[in-house]
Design a protein around this ligand. Sequence first.
Ligand code: NCD
Length: 322
Amino acid sequence: MRSQLDGAGGLRHLATLDGLGRDMLVAILDRAESYRRFPGQPAYEGRELAGVTVSNLFFEPSTRTRASFDLAARRLGAHVLNLDMQSSSRVKGETMLDTLYTLEAMNTDIFVIRDSEPGMPDFLIDHVAPHVSVISAGEAHLSHPTQGLLDVLTIRAHKRRFAGLKVAIVGDIRHSRVARSTARALGTLGTSDLRLVAPAALLPEEAEFAGAQRFTRIEDGIAGADVVMMLRIQKERMASSAALDEAAYFREYGLNGERLRLASPSVLVMHPGPMNRGVEIASDVADGPRSVIREQVNNGVAVRMAILAAIAATLTRRRKPL
Ligand code: NCD
């Protein structure tokens, strides 16, 4: 694994949460909390990224992640380029390296990258100039580090602890980079009671999610849970989408009010979005009193600000003088 830290231990890249220790995660969450503003409050406006150029390269569709990286960078004073890579040069055959060098020549300091192929964040890390940083906004089914961080920020805001929490992740875990990164963050912060709930075909390989319990009945998996995180069925990552009967899935695995009563009375209902209402989650639960789904979105901006600011702080150590 590539080092994501610079010589002084500061954050230089963020491709994965693997290898980042508890103290680092807590520092990021604390910083994110200082940036968080709730809807109706004036947004935080800072200069932490003044003179910094951020290029957002999204090779896969994204609404929330892309919008929140964009807002996060602007609220800290950055210049932001949003490149719609689906209609851009890679499709025309320009290689990824040429795109990288072109944007570096325009003084990009930080690349934010989302791609459906595994390995792209590390590929960029291997090829960027010494003063340039890379942040993953989602790598294939493997990792989505800022989503993992915003999930644990949301949980911490309500529960104030990680040890002893019962967390159930329900749905298409096999294809979910969110589940992998959130599980990693929870493990680092001390949550050991993780339950994975899915039809057998959507559970991950045995070697993954070490220590988690596996359930194929949602009622068993969410019983007594402090957090229930629902996931979207990711048809785009399945070999064939023909297999899924959405009505049958909702009957067997959908989170409805009756099932939710099996969880702890103070349960948090989470979902990274985009939601399929009536497939993995009932609308009244998604909008109900236990749902923190919109708080997750709010925390997403704060977490991305914290990551960008931490990286910008190490950037000043690496930049060439005028
Ligand atoms: C997720 C993603 O793209 O990994 N969404 C997100 O980033 N909030 C989950 C999904 O697509 O289902």
